[in-house]
Write a protein that binds this ligand. Structure first.
Ligand code: IMP
Ligand code: MG
Length: 185
């Protein structure tokens, strides 16, 4: 694994900025779902760090579940629009207040597919919370109820987001210098 300093162009969002913004989101969600239980559905694997930090800032009863999708394989950096559900939820979501927790909305195909899939199970409500929104690249319109940060059209990594599965553990969101992209494995 290459040292990320070799291709990092800039730190887009620092650890401190993430912490402040996630606390704000937790507060907002706690207020909006007051009197209810929020069932947080995290899309593996990118959303995991965000989920675990966000849930610690939520003051109302909450439960979590996970699902996984695959949109593009290792090495590819563009969504194909072909999104497959590769891991289904363990718990039933009928009549529950579901909050989908995602790392980033890019083309929008992942969220659009997952929303369609979950809606068939008749949750009481279904909302989207994404840490990052790369809206310039949107190809399909998706409703976003909570957004941490809008970011420019740059490939980013860290804090759950990977480059070919690596660098998810970094505590900040970094942007890749397009001229010094790490080679894919
Ligand atoms: P979408 O289906 O195009 O909206 O893509 C969403 C998925 O693509 C995310 O869940 C990420 O896994 C991945 N992705 C999109 N942009 C980036 C990025 O800049 N860095 C890392 N992963 C990304
Ligand atoms: Mg990914």
């Amino acid at each position: 694994m290459q040292d990320y300093h070799e291709f990092l162009s800039e730190i887009l969002i620092t650890e401190e900025q993430l912490e402040v913004r996630i606390a704000e989101l937790g507060e907002q969600i706690s207020r909006d779902y007051e009197g209810h239980t929020v069932h947080m559905v995290c899309i593996l694997r990118g959303g995991v760090l965000f989920l675990t930090d966000l849930m610690r800032k939520i003051r109302i009863p909450n439960t979590i579940d996970f699902m996984a999708v695959s949109s593009y394989g290792v090495g590819a950096r563009q969504s194909t629009g072909q999104v497959r559900i590769t891991l289904d939820l363990l718990q039933d979501i009928r009549d529950r207040d579901v909050l989908l927790v995602e790392d980033i909305v890019d083309s929008g195909y992942t969220i659009a597919t997952v929303l369609e899939f979950l809606a068939t199970r008749h949750p009481r409500s279904l909302k989207v919370c994404t840490l990052l929104d790369k809206s310039e690249r949107r190809e399909i319109e998706v409703p976003i109820d909570y957004c941490g940060f809008k970011i420019p059209d740059k490939f980013v990594f860290g804090y759950g987001l990977d480059i070919d599965e690596f660098y998810r553990n970094l505590p900040f969101i970094g942007a890749v210098d397009p001229g010094r992209y790490p080679p894919s494995h």
